[in-house]
Ligand binder design. Structure first.
Ligand SMILES: Nc1ncnc2c1ncn2[C@@H]1O[C@H](COP(=O)(O)OP(=O)(O)O)[C@@H](O)[C@H]1O
Ligand SMILES: [Mg+2]
Length: 370
């Protein structure tokens, strides 16, 4: 097990600046998840950690050791990448065992190890097949088994579950989490699945256009995003972004919303020690998660909550919750409701809008201001 320091790393492909001053310190035993849109540089970063790609400047440190100029095989990193290569002429068993054989691990121990990972990955019935006789998802699990049969300094996973069907994906996610809890290995894991990111990560790194935007716990990324991009990237359905006016109210501030009939409410915002006086009577972007817009109960609203009636445009039952679309400030807004509230499209519904965890953004640069 080892810590990893990606130190001020830049990567250029000709004129293209693929990684811009990336600096991430990963503790020994930490599970770091890297997320970001396609093409933002996630795989490039993984390849530079593994040594498959050189960096333009900066350093890669494994523990105290600078491995920047070491070849991949000398870095003691195990990886499962999007494009994994199995040895086509070898059986699944030998594909998994190969790395251990190269390290001269005794045969009896190899057999135990292969059985262990094969059972875990549900490929024990496939051990005598060749890769050509496997489905894409099965091959992916073999590639994972090969990585897991070792105990390297760190594991790198680049979208390892992307070829699996939904059910197996969820099972494998749980297996990976258990594996990490048991072995306390250092893991860097790329995914575009935000549930995977939220459930697996000790910390999440959000990247965009080769830049690290935020590095924080899942809870921080979800509740305290640094800008609209991070806020919109995590969470499904996405955070609602509603252009609204900020008003002065009593000693504090309030956010103003109106329904489709033009009926207005001013909802007081909690004091968070931020000076927003320059923003009073200006337009800001209110960030509200779908679960912060609920069904109003008969009780009077809480301190940072107001009730407002609005017509429902779309009702989408998903099982555990029902999503509804309505309009506040003439913009579509999604709310996550209890199915027991029986919303009906075209009808009016009494919402409770809760701004106790709301965030505000600057409409020009999209940075968070509150
Ligand atoms: N070998 C390469 N030569 C030139 N450009 C590359 C190369 N590899 C990746 N890129 C570019 O770098 C950017 C980041 O790619 P990548 O790291 O694969 O993104 P991600 O994994 O986040 O989807 C993309 O714009 C891609 O086209
Ligand atoms: Mg990639």
């Amino acid at each position: 097990m080892s810590s990893l320091h990606i130190k001020d790393v830049n990567k250029h492909y000709g004129d293209y600046h693929a990684l811009k001053e990336i600096d991430i310190k990963i503790d020994s035993g930490e599970f770091l998840v890297l997320v970001g849109p396609s093409g933002c540089g996630k795989s490039t970063l993984m390849n530079t950690i593994a040594g498959l790609d050189s960096i333009s400047d900066g350093a890669i440190l494994l523990g105290d050791k600078d491995v920047t100029h070491l070849s991949p095989k000398d870095r003691d990193i195990a990886m499962v990448f999007q494009s994994y290569a199995l040895y086509p002429s070898m059986t699944v068993r030998r594909n998994i065992a190969f790395g251990l054989e190269m390290r001269k691990v005794p045969q009896a121990q190899i057999a135990l190890e292969v059985d262990r990972v094969a059972t875990m990955l549900q490929i024990d019935h496939l051990l005598d097949r060749k890769p050509a006789e496997l489905s894409g998802g099965q091959r992916q699990r073999v590639a994972m088994g090969r990585a897991l049969a070792r105990e390297p300094k760190i594991y790198l996973f680049d979208e390892p579950l992307s070829n699996l069907d939904a059910k197996l994906r969820v099972e494998m996610r749980t297996e990976i989490k258990k594996l990490h809890q048991r072995l306390k290995t250092t893991i860097v894991y790329v995914t575009h699945d935000q549930i995977e990111a939220m459930t697996l990560a000790d910390r999440i790194a959000v990247m965009k256009d080769g830049v690290l935007l935020q590095l924080a716990s899942p809870e921080q990324i979800y509740n305290n995003p640094v800008n609209m991009f991070v806020a919109g990237f995590m969470g499904s359905p996405s955070m609602n972004f509603i252009r609204s006016y900020l008003r002065a109210l009593n000693d504090g501030l309030a956010i103003e919303l109106h329904n489709r009939d033009g009926e207005r409410v001013s909802i007081p915002l909690p004091e968070r020690g931020k000076d927003l006086s320059a923003w009073v009577n200006r337009e800001v972007i209110l960030g509200l998660r779908p679960e912060q817009i609920r069904q109003a109960t008969v009780n009077s609203p809480a301190v940072f909550e107001r009730h407002i009636n609005n017509q429902l445009d779309v009702v989408e039952p998903t099982g555990a919750d029902t999503l509804v679309v309505t309009q506040f400030n003439d913009q579509d807004v999604t709310a996550r409701l209890d199915p027991e509230s029986h919303p009906v499209s075209g009808r009016d519904f009494l919402f409770a809008v809760d701004v106790s965890k709301a965030v505000l953004f600057d409409p020009d640069n999209e940075d968070r201001i509150y």
